[in-house]
Structure formats: structure tokens, C-alpha cells
Design a binder for this molecule. Structure first.
Ligand code: SF4
Length: 302
């Protein structure tokens, strides 16, 4: 029996759900029960009342969010090494220091943070809803972290004073795109629409035709008539876009846009994770309770 069949068999036997982020390897995307961005997947996990186990094929903070929002399910991450470097850039202690400095200012944290940091914030956001979340707050100044580039976008779109915490948090994969990459594509593919993620640097965002999260890029590609798209995000999204739009062409803005952390989840690791029920995500109750409040506030807004 091949690995795919073994995984399918174990999923059935253990009433497990396999959720995969849009940046996962193609072969992982192909066997997932659901594919999506971090919050879409957490919602799926919440909707699937019959599942006992969730295998969250993504990085640490996403599996943590799924565990926080689904306390009655066992949440597994196939690879313990799949840790998002951006999420490591803002610790709970740092958030507490910023809060002391700006005691009246609400703290909005991108879901790309660890549970301890989320527990210190007022509300979470994703790259898809960050503008909406900040606009929902009465205050004109907000602390926002950890992604500087998303903070820049939110400030531009809301007109509020968005203070990035830390001052220069970033995604090591998205920060590599340059304005030169866009120019090159404009020269080589003048008929293509250029989409980029809001984790890209401001000058890349300003040079693109469309800026959006992975789910927004999928919707945009489905809903527009253009037949060629340059995709400025982690390369894994190309597989999903191509499958969903077989008559359209998707070209990576850079072939090197690979998040090594996302790619740690292989079929072998997923199989072992399911078989041995490892690695279980556990969050201390006091932290989970506070982080859940911040996540639910965001979900309530959508
Ligand atoms: S693509 Fe960037 S933000 Fe997403 S998991 Fe990888 S390092 Fe983190």
C-alpha cells in the first residue's frame, strides 16, 4: 500500500481530518480534506464536529490557533520543526513592554504569532481582514505586530497611526521580492496581472496590480477574466491556483519564494503523525483562554 492510501486509511480509522495550508507541498495539498489559509482552516476544524483528530499540515502558530479554537479535539502537527520565523519575532514579554509604553492603545496581532503573544493582545487579525479589524476599533492609534509590511498597509488603508511592534518584523520569504522582480515580469510578461501578498515590502505592494492574502488571490484569479497571473507569494499557492483555474497560467514572481518551514511537512511525516498521534499541540489553559478571546473577537467581526 502506498503512503497516500495508508494516510487515507488512518484518517478513516481515527476519525481524523487533514488540513493543509495553501503553501504546503503539492502532494500534501492533493490529499488534504481542506486547503486554505490559517483561519479558513481553523473554521473548518470548528465545523467538523465528528472529527476527533486534526492533523494541521502547516506551521506552529496555525496549529496552535486550531488547538485553541478546538479544545475538544486532538490537534497534531506533522513536523515539530515547522516553525514560522515571523512568529518568533514578537514574544509575549515584548508585547507587555509595548503595552506599558502605550497603556491606552489597543494591540492588534497578526495570527502569525505564538499563543503566548496572542494572549496579550486585544484582537487578532489575518492578512485578509487586518484593515477591517483596525477600522473596527474606536482608537486612532494601534499597536500592530509582528509584520512591519502588513502594518504599513493597514496604516495606508485606514489612515490611522499604526505603530509596528517590533519595529521591523518580517516574513523571510516575502521580504525577498523586489521592485526589480516586478519590473522584470512587466517586461517579460506584459499581458500578465501581478498579484502580491501584503507581507511584501511597500515598494513591491505599490508596484503590483493586486495585493491580497492567499484566499483573496484565489478569489481574484477565479473572478477576473485575465488569463495570465504573476504570483508574488510562497510558491505553493501556484499548485492550488492552477488546479482551480486549469485554463489560466500562473507564473511565480520568483522561483526562490519557498518557505522552508512550510515544506517540512512531507507525506512520510503526515503518515507518522497520524499513526503515532504525534506531535500533539498543547497550550496552557490560562494562555489558551486569553488567546481564544482575541481570536474569537476577530472571527465575530467577519
Ligand atoms: S511564509 Fe513567512 S509568514 Fe508564512 S510561515 Fe513561512 S516564514 Fe512564516
Amino acid at each position: 500500500m502506498n503512503l497516500v492510501n495508508k494516510i487515507q486509511g488512518l484518517k478513516k480509522e481515527k476519525k481524523a481530518l487533514l488540513l493543509a495550508h495553501n503553501y504546503q507541498r503539492p502532494e500534501v495539498q492533493d490529499i488534504a480534506d481542506y486547503l486554505g489559509d490559517s483561519i479558513e482552516l481553523c473554521r473548518k476544524a470548528m465545523d467538523e464536529k465528528d472529527a476527533d483528530i486534526i492533523v494541521f499540515s502547516a506551521v506552529d502558530f496555525m496549529a496552535e490557533s486550531a488547538a485553541i479554537l478546538n479544545p475538544d479535539k486532538k490537534v497534531l502537527i506533522p513536523s515539530l520543526g515547522a516553525r514560522c520565523p515571523m512568529a518568533q519575532m514578537l514574544t509575549a514579554e515584548q508585547v507587555r513592554i509595548w503595552k506599558k509604553k502605550y497603556p491606552e492603545t489597543p494591540v492588534v496581532l497578526y495570527v502569525n504569532t505564538l499563543a503566548e503573544a496572542k494572549a496579550e493582545c486585544d484582537i487578532c487579525c489575518t492578512s485578509a481582514n487586518a484593515v477591517k479589524v483596525v477600522n473596527s476599533l474606536d482608537e486612532d492609534t494601534v499597536l500592530f505586530g509582528p509584520d512591519y509590511n502588513l502594518a504599513w498597509r493597514v496604516q495606508r488603508k485606514t489612515g490611522k497611526n499604526v505603530i509596528p511592534i517590533p519595529s521591523k518584523g518580517f516574513c523571510p520569504t516575502h521580504i525577498l521580492f523586489t521592485k526589480g522582480d516586478i519590473q522584470l515580469m512587466r517586461d517579460q510578461r506584459p499581458d500578465a496581472v501581478i498579484m502580491v501578498h501584503p507581507e511584501c515590502i511597500p515598494e513591491v505592494q505599490l508596484s503590483a496590480d493586486f495585493v491580497g492574502s492567499t484566499s483573496q488571490m484565489c478569489r481574484y484569479a477565479r473572478g477576473t477574466s485575465a488569463t495570465k497571473y504573476v504570483v508574488g507569494t510562497e510558491i505553493g499557492l501556484i499548485h492550488r491556483l492552477t488546479k482551480e483555474n486549469p485554463k489560466k497560467t500562473f507564473i511565480p514572481l520568483s522561483d526562490g519564494a519557498i518557505c522552508p518551514n512550510m515544506k517540512m511537512n512531507t507525506l512520510e511525516r503526515i503518515f507518522l503523525s497520524l499513526k503515532e498521534e504525534k506531535h500533539v499541540i498543547t497550550i496552557p489553559k490560562s494562555i489558551a483562554k486569553k488567546a481564544r478571546k482575541a481570536l474569537e473577537k476577530m472571527l465575530f467581526l467577519l
